[in-house]
Design a protein around this ligand. Structure first.
Ligand SMILES: Nc1ncnc2c1ncn2[C@@H]1O[C@H](COP(=O)(O)OP(=O)(O)O)[C@@H](O)[C@H]1O
Ligand SMILES: [Mg+2]
Length: 139
């Protein structure tokens, strides 16, 4: 088994290139398989992670993704924390509106990612950065 996917042991992937976004996808897939998420849930989480990693790269100016297997007593899941020290998001309502983009994208990344996971938490501060935590639980 790949190091860092054991229960409770976080694996951190730096995000500073397109290749790193691919690495985040691979790490999330491996961790989701180890946590016994269903194939559908694996794919939902990988898709969300891909969007959030790309935002970290493009808008956050790079950062990191920390992937951890978590347990709440009844369920096992995979948690990912995306962190950057970029410009932050001045208006969250706007940023989560389908179709809103400041970068010529489709504007569906944040809203789509939130729908694809079970838990979604965002902290952001203008001039400080953005930190998004998502969790997908096994059923
Ligand atoms: N990590 C981030 N740092 C700063 N701004 C962000 C970040 N992630 C998202 N945003 C802002 O939120 C907007 C919406 O993001 P998203 O829904 O993924 O759409 P898109 O990537 O197509 O623009 C982005 O255009 C950007 O303005
Ligand atoms: Mg996006």
């Amino acid at each position: 088994m790949t190091a860092g996917v054991d229960l409770g042991v976080p694996a951190t992937q730096a995000i500073s290139s397109d290749e790193d976004v691919v690495r985040v996808r691979q790490l999330v897939r491996t961790t989701a398989v180890a946590a016994r998420l269903s194939l559908v849930d694996q794919t939902k989480l990988v898709t969300a992670a891909s969007e959030l990693a790309r935002n970290t790269l493009i808008y956050g100016g790079g950062g990191s993704a920390e992937v951890t297997t978590v347990e709440d007593g009844r369920r096992r899941g995979v948690r990912i924390v995306f962190a950057d020290q970029g410009p932050g998001i001045p208006n969250l309502d706007e940023a989560f509106t389908d179709g809103f983009t400041t970068g010529g994208g489709l504007g569906l990344g944040l809203s789509g990612a939130r729908r694809l996971v079970d838990d979604f938490d965002i902290w952001t501060a203008v001039g400080e950065g953005t930190r998004i935590t998502v969790t997908k639980w096994s059923r």
